[in-house]
Design a protein around this ligand. Structure first.
Ligand code: FPP
Length: 258
């Protein structure tokens, strides 16, 4: 088994309330349905996003408590720039407030914050906040919270290809040496193991340009509730669903020969 394949099989047994519960090492979430949650209540979309931040706080606490090592959340996609300017302003404002208000608490809870995505198009104050969050929590060894912000998987893969091409052109690397593991090392967070499970709320069943490379062997769990209603019970339910799946990574099931 290659290192990459070993790092893909990420379930970790955890003692929980006397029993042994297997939790996935890396859970990634597409937090979808804020707008529908708000529309269903006759509220403005921003209210759905605000309640989405509350759901995010609950989920971070639950993930840490359950012993999940990495939680990746899709908070702003490269394609979200096509939304009305007022909604973009709202989402940027929520990120600012989330970092300003919650960073100290995240740090106290030993959470290590990482950001993936392109920073070039972001306002300077947001870049500084993202940097501050990473710098302050860098040495924390509890939950790793990966915030995908201004993130798109195709953009991430194209960026990796560009950086590879620069190294090939400079003679630091031969084109023949480009393997999946080598390309993976040029992605935003190559040290983070691939997600064991990707959860999407709201009932939509697609990846929407989220972690396309890393999702090669992830289990996909689609939850029929909108993100603002997501809570610890919903996370546990999605993990139960994941645990019922049989992960084979392209091989055979152990001990059955089938
Ligand atoms: C999808 O709902 C959600 C988003 C585009 C953004 C998710 C953002 C948050 C939960 C809050 C901000 C996050 C941080 C880290 C501060 P949608 O608007 O696409 O819902 P719809 O499909 O029902 O319209």
């Amino acid at each position: 088994m290659s290192d990459a394949a070993r790092s893909r099989s990420g379930a970790e047994p955890l003692p929980q309330g006397g029993g042994s519960v297997e939790v996935p090492r890396h859970v990634a979430i597409i937090m979808d349905g804020n707008g529908r949650w708000a529309a269903g209540r006759g509220l403005p979309r921003v209210e759905g996003h605000r309640r989405g931040v509350e759901a995010l706080r609950r989920t971070v606490r639950a993930a840490a408590d359950l012993g999940i090592s990495v939680l990746t959340i899709f908070s702003f996609s490269s394609e979200n720039w096509t939304r009305p300017a007022s909604e973009i302003t709202d989402l940027m404002g929520l990120l600012r407030r989330f970092i300003r208000k919650d960073l100290a608490e995240l740090h106290k809870s030993n959470v290590c914050v990482r950001i993936i995505g392109e920073r070039d198009d972001l306002d300077r104050d947001i870049c500084l906040l993202l940097q501050e969050a990473e710098d302050l929590t860098r040495n924390n060894d509890g939950l790793t919270l990966v915030i995908a912000f201004n993130y798109g998987a195709r953009q991430e893969i194209a960026r990796a290809a560009r950086r590879l091409a620069v190294d090939v052109a400079a003679g630091r690397l031969s084109a023949a040496d480009i393997t999946p593991d080598r390309l993976g090392a040029y992605l935003h967070a190559p040290d983070i193991p691939d997600p064991d499970v990707i959860i999407r709320t709201s009932g939509e069943q697609r990846l929407s340009n989220f972690l396309l490379w890393q999702a090669a062997y992830s289990e996909l769990v689609f939850v029929p509730i909108n993100w603002p209603d997501f809570d610890r019970a919903a996370l546990e339910g999605a993990i139960e669903e994941y645990r019922r799946r049989e992960r084979r990574f392209g091989g055979l099931v152990a001990n059955t020969g089938s």
